[in-house]
Design a protein around this ligand. Structure first.
Ligand SMILES: O=C(O)C(=O)CO
Length: 332
């Protein structure tokens, strides 16, 4: 892309895989004309926002006018909002009275044609036969919609099981034994100072583990927990075969709150669906032991984050160890 010859760069391509963060630090660096504003009209994800902030701060471009960002709207403390040479709108591109009216007309025309068995005038066709998503979670895909275009959807389960189960154990150990605090202490302590008593950790061995979502990753976590002599409870849509349960000594809890009430460590491993969104909220956090730790390696939205912050501040639970949040990463 020859950006250095432009006095205006207007970015209007869609945000799909080939275009994601197309306007990265390198490309922004090639825009040499000092008066080039970047206008973004389609999707915030097309631009690497960190690189854009740097380019504006270093004055390698003069200004930006953004109709779209990620997330949308930006958190108040986002650096783009404090730069004098940036205009940020909340995606108002096509919002006019006339467009709103014409969109409804066009939607009705498309729907009527489809319902009459005719070709809708603006049918969107995916130019592919299959969408393959790396990893196990497919919550970012609208599968019924994609299937409705005759396109198949695949994921890559199994290959992520061990790594994810390992990380769940890693977070449990790191949180219980204050491993990060120990590392910071080693790096930053004053000579002669000793790590204080508040940094005493808790045992993981022989404690009670509650696994929420006992699919193949949950089961791998259970297998690892056996080596730590942990008592295991699990909550799932359905119970596992008796042989599976016996192999790891796991007990099925049909009621989530029953598992939460007895667990020292609760590991979340459910898929994100409508039903599992905010599965862990105020009520569930209150059902947990005040000495318990919540470990989330599933999806951020499974936990009501506001409720979690409150629970941690009010010492309703002891700690949380999160591989996932929303948004990801969290704003500082
Ligand atoms: O594969 C996935 O979807 C994961 O999030 C694994 O951690």
């Amino acid at each position: 892309m020859r950006t250095s010859i432009c006095s205006w760069a207007s970015v209007t391509f869609p945000c799909c895989a080939p275009f994601g963060k197309t306007l990265d630090g390198h490309l922004l660096g090639t825009i040499s004309h000092q008066t080039t504003p970047v206008r973004m009209l389609i999707s915030g994800m097309v631009v690497d926002q960190e690189a854009l902030v740097e380019a504006l701060q270093n004055k390698s471009i003069q200004a930006a006018a953004l109709d779209v960002t990620y997330p949308q709207p930006l958190p108040r403390e986002h650096p783009l909002l404090s730069l004098p040479n940036v205009i940020v709108l909340p995606h108002m591109g096509c919002r006019t009275v006339e467009t709103a009216r014409d969109i409804v007309k066009s939607m009705i025309a498309n729907a009527l044609a489809a319902l009459a068995g005719e070709m809708p005038p603006d049918e969107v066709r995916l130019a592919c036969d299959v969408v393959v998503s790396g990893g196990v979670g497919v919550d970012h895909l609208d599968i019924p919609l994609i299937n409705s275009f005759g396109v198949k959807v695949c994921n890559t389960p199994k290959v992520v099981d061990n790594a994810t189960a390992d990380l769940a154990m890693g977070l449990m150990l790191a949180s219980a034994r204050n491993i990060l605090q120990g590392d910071s202490f080693s790096l930053c302590h004053v000579e002669g100072e000793d790590i204080d008593e508040n940094h005493l950790g808790n045992d993981v061995s022989s404690k009670t583990l509650g696994i929420v979502g006992m699919g193949s990753i949950g089961y791998k976590v259970a297998k690892r927990a056996v080596a730590f002599d942990m008592k295991i409870f699990y909550h799932n849509r359905s119970c596992r075969p008796v042989e599976d349960e016996q192999m790891v000594g796991a007990e099925y809890c049909p009621v989530l709150e029953d598992l939460l009430a007895v667990s020292d460590y609760v590991v979340l491993l459910v898929n994100l669906t409508k039903a599992s969104t905010h599965l862990i909220g105020r009520k569930q956090l209150s059902a947990m032991k005040s000495t318990a730790t919540l470990i989330n390696v599933s999806r951020g939205m499974v936990v009501d984050q506001e409720a979690l912050v409150e629970a941690l501040q009010n010492k309703i639970i002891k700690a949380a160890a999160l591989d996932v949040t929303y948004p990801e990463p969290l704003p500082r």
